[in-house]
Ligand binder design. Sequence first.
Ligand SMILES: Cc1ncc(COP(=O)(O)O)c(C=O)c1O
Length: 388
Amino acid sequence: MDDPSRCIETRAIHAGQEPDPETGALMTPIFANSTYAQDGPGDHRGYEYSRTGNPTRTALEENLASLEGGTHGRAFSSGMGSINTVMNLLEAGDHVVTGDDVYGGTHRLFTGVYEAYDLEFDFVDMTDPAAIEAAMRPETELVWSETPTNPLMQVVDVERVAAIAHEHGALCAVDNTFATPYLQRPLDLGADVVSHSLTKYLGGHSDVVGGALITDDPDLDERIGYYQNAVGATPDPFGCFLVLRGTKTLPVRMDRHCENARELAAWLDDHPDVAAVHYPGLDSHPQHEVAREQMDDFGGMLSFELDGTLEQASAVVTGTEVFALAESLGGVESLIEQPTAMTHAAVPREERLAAGLTDGLIRVSVGIEHVEDLRADLAGAIERAMGE
Ligand SMILES: Cc1ncc(COP(=O)(O)O)c(C=O)c1O
């Protein structure tokens, strides 16, 4: 059931989902089967083999396409599986322009895997259109951006980036994992394809790993579908079921994530032991105006730099009780981590520092617990770390 005129809160619950025609079961069943009976050779009812298609996955793919305002969705076994599929669209000799603070795993995929296949990459400041323009070459086929970025929370002007990519005949892909379609819809801003780690806010409960690509271009979707099936990084039906359950509450969860993050960012910004807070909702954020334009709210992720040593920053991330010291993000529970030692350890130190990723940076995924408990937990950890 998808009616694009309905609000996102309604589509989150209903898009792609109908009661089971045989039993009336309201929730999409988990079709735990690898193959499907055919009525005659090649005469099937839409499904032949579960790597190629599975009804639980179809429901999820339609739901995600609706949320992003796209016409086609494809689900993968992880966010890296979806990013890899975009890379499958390229050929040896192609050039990619991307951000200098993209997610560490994305950086590793580009340099550690695809450079060996003769793809070339330029990592630039994606908040600076002149830097993107200067990096474009005749052989540039893809401009890959993330916004807000991980972990510095920089905001990339998607409309501007898409225009530059298209002027040069390149594809514009946006990783919308941090913002989610509830807060930002890159396809409406001109992007060709949107990528997600479903592991984060869309799943929402830190209990599943998945990825997705959404587009409104049927030809592009057909190519993506070819690689989805040929490469086989497809999700299992139980994982699809979990994400479908997660997307139903995406809007209410995101409202609380945003509210809590806004309060914590303002409090940290005034904290005497904090040197800098990176949160697009702060007036002082360098791309605050772009964020106001292209996002409906500022999300649940923030990072900050302690006005102290590397050891003191480590003591903060190991000193919280409500915030768990863990990688990942976007679950209902709050998480804290030190990117240079954890999520971004794969990025060479020189490159990290050049992109502003200092050793003392702390990243926080603000959960939906009561904000006063979160504030007290962080305050205590900072106080103990600073020996106050
Ligand atoms: C922005 C972003 N994109 C992609 C990924 C990769 O997703 P997954 O871990 O589901 O493979 C991550 C993982 O942290 C991420 O933060």
